[in-house]
Design a binder for this molecule. Structure first.
Ligand code: TXA
Ligand code: MG
Length: 351
């Protein structure tokens, strides 16, 4: 049975916090809010507890979990050979949406790291998350709290839809403010590498520690099978909506024209159609269900709205989904990374 509790105004009542921490300490599962997406938490240092996460999500066990901490110095308990860049990044971006990969100490079980000798670490900004981590012993392993293959959850409702009955507790902390998973930086190689783009951009990271590369797989649009992503989770076809999603790129007027044409054809064949548009462009569409993802004037709102829109079209069992594209720099890089994956890289360029 799954207990659902409310974190009002960003904090839990004392007895609820105690209940949640007791569940984690005794090896159970608690889904909790973070500023990026909801996490599915278990004691990171308890191999049996980590194992339960994979079962609840239906996640392949070679896909490592992120260990969430409440204090920057706690990296020293679980990581070794920590380079000075890690301290610099932690100082500037923690608490916040940045995950750092370091060499793991023996105390971290392989069940948590998917068999790797490295460990991913993040200190979230969300207050409820931090209180829970601190009270539960300081180390919570948490992937996104969705069923494997679904878009990450940005509201408690999404978690309930996917995991009700499979976890001990779900903490409802309202909507995730950022809406995209953390940026992942690997510091275990010769040079720092971004394994997953997120709200903390390449330029922001470079301001602090100098030149950084993207993992080749992030830019691998044609899905060359010889390019294997260093973050094992990036190889799965994540965030996949039920319907067939296609992204249209180019001049927005031409994009709308092309989408309208395809939408009309699909409707005439008796198919259901969804369109992902923005505040500024929604009135350009004449067919199907138009969902507004956010405003082009505030890129943040597009990041925050993406997964909810994808889930909405799943709920409606929409068969064909057409989306506008977004600027491929800064935060847009993270947005397009998720959107392209959801689309299985189906991208139409309109002249
Ligand atoms: O924002 C986030 O990071 C959210 C919240 C809950 O904190 N968590 C999250 O976890 O997105 P998850 O499990 O959905 O994604 C973790 C990613 C996966 O792609 C995984 O392969 C990668 O991080 N990862 C974890 N440990 C790694 C390691 N040691 N080396 C390389 N990649 C790793
Ligand atoms: Mg995930």
């Amino acid at each position: 049975n799954t207990l659902i509790i409310q974190a009002t105004d960003g904090s839990l009542k004392e007895d609820d916090l105690k209940k949640a921490a007791d569940i984690i300490k005794s090896g159970g599962l608690v889904a909790f809010p973070t500023e990026t997406v909801y996490g599915l938490g278990a004691d990171a240092l308890n191999p049996e507890a980590s194992k339960k996460i994979y079962e609840a999500k239906g996640r392949p066990s070679d896909n490592p979990l992120i260990v969430h901490i409440a204090y920057p110095n706690d990296i020293e308990a679980i990581a070794k050979d920590i380079p000075k860049e890690a301290y610099r990044l932690a100082e500037v971006f923690w608490p916040g949406p940045l995950t750092i990969i370091l060499g793991k100490k023996e105390i971290v079980p392989y069940n948590t790291t998917g068999g790797l000798d490295t460990v991913a670490i993040r200190l979230p900004a969300n207050k409820t998350a931090r209180a829970l981590i601190e009270r539960s012993g300081g180390f919570i392993a948490a992937p996104s709290a969705n069923s494997s293959g679904k878009p990450s959850p940005t509201q408690a409702k999404h978690v309930i839809d996917d995991l009700y009955g499979k976890v001990d507790m779900i903490i409802d902390g309202g909507k995730s403010t950022l809406g995209l998973e953390s940026t992942i930086v690997d510091l275990t190689g010769e040079k720092p590498v971004i394994l997953r783009p997120g709200c903390i951009t390449k330029a922001m990271l470079e301001n602090v520690i100098g030149k950084i590369e993207y993992d080749k797989a992030i830019l691998n649009m044609n899905m060359d099978e010889n390019i294997i992503p260093k973050a094992p989770g990036m190889k799965y076809r994540h965030y996949a909506p039920e319907g067939c999603l296609t992204i249209y790129e180019g001049n927005i007027g031409k994009v709308a024209e092309a989408i309208n044409k395809r939408a009309k054809e699909c409707l005439e064949k008796g198919k259901t159609v969804g369109i992902i548009a923005t505040e500024e462009t929604k009135d350009l569409y004449q067919y199907g269900t138009v969902e507004v993802i956010g405003s082009r004037k505030e890129e943040d709102s597009i990041a925050a709205g993406l997964y909810a829109v994808l889930r909405k079209f799943d709920e409606l069992h929409t068969e064909y989904i057409f989306s506008e594209s977004f600027a491929d720099n800064g935060l847009g890089q993270a947005i397009m990374n998720r959107l392209l994956k959801a689309a299985g890289y189906r991208l139409v360029k309109v002249e």
